[in-house]
Design a binder for this molecule. Structure first.
Ligand code: ATP
Ligand code: MG
Length: 229
């Protein structure tokens, strides 16, 4: 399947267990997210939130059930098209050895320097634009970034990818409350027409979501608007 996704995601009875694990990390998940919908996924540590997200990006394949994007099974999507259709801010942002420019361009190979600079300003990483700017070396032997700077870099990458589906795994972890609110506002503005899955274990940002899902021990135990829950 080779056209960019519109952004409908559907889990149909999805169960997954990590190799060698004693129990399922997620079990019998059925969940439908419509194009443009903003959905939050809440639940305590280890309940399967990141696993659910990683099943969408095909880091793993379900052992039972199926995931569909725009009613096409994930397995039928061409990998490159899927990658272009989904932007992810993962819990751990990896830097690779290379310039700041290339660390950003991995998300958008054709992005101009101007657009890279603009996104860095938006996420509050102006500090990285001092000499030598986009040529700054990151990774081994390069500039070390603080946890918060890394996170912002991950957010900048996701914004540059500009995909119809945005998956956020605790995107503001480790940022102070004021910055957290700013970054969430920025992300939601960017994602106005996009499908958003927002994993969090806090209550910040929930009122901006259409739907909130509560997870526990690999299953979805409740689903509704944030006021209903
Ligand atoms: P947190 O809020 O701490 O990020 P989470 O809800 O994202 O937690 P997951 O990372 O999805 O939880 O983990 C679900 C379960 O699967 C946990 O029991 C975890 O230990 C296990 N698990 C996660 N990743 C792996 C892996 N790569 N190999 C084996 N087990 C794993
Ligand atoms: Mg997680």
């Amino acid at each position: 399947h080779q056209v960019l996704a519109r952004g409908n995601i559907r889990f149909d009875g999805v169960t997954f267990r990590y190799h060698g694990a004693q129990q399922d990390a997620v079990s019998d998940i059925s969940l439908s997210i419509k194009q443009g919908e903003k959905i939050a996924l809440l639940g305590r540590t280890g309940c399967g939130k990141s696993t659910l997200l990683q099943l969408i990006t095909r880091n793993w394949d379900p052992r039972e059930g199926q995931i569909f994007i725009d009613d096409v099974p994930l397995t039928q999507w061409q990998e490159s098209t899927l990658r272009q259709s989904i932007a992810v801010v993962s819990q751990r942002v990896d830097l690779f050895n290379g310039t700041l420019r290339n660390n950003l361009r991995m998300a958008a190979p054709n992005a101009s320097d101007e657009s890279l600079v603009s996104v860095l300003n938006q996420v509050g990483l102006q500090v990285l634009l001092e000499e030598p700017g986009l040529d700054m070396w990151l990774g081994d032997g390069g500039r070390l970034l603080s946890g918060g700077e890394r996170r912002r870099l991950g957010i900048a990458r996701a914004m540059l990818r500009d995909a119809p589906i945005l998956l956020l795994d605790e995107p503001t972890e480790g940022l102070d409350a004021k910055t957290e609110q700013q970054i969430l506002t920025l992300l939601l503005e960017h994602a106005k027409d996009k499908t958003v899955l927002f994993i969090t274990h806090r209550l910040v940002g929930l009122q901006q979501m259409d739907t909130v899902c509560l997870m526990d021990e690999g299953g979805i135990i409740e689903q509704g608007s944030h006021t209903a829950l």
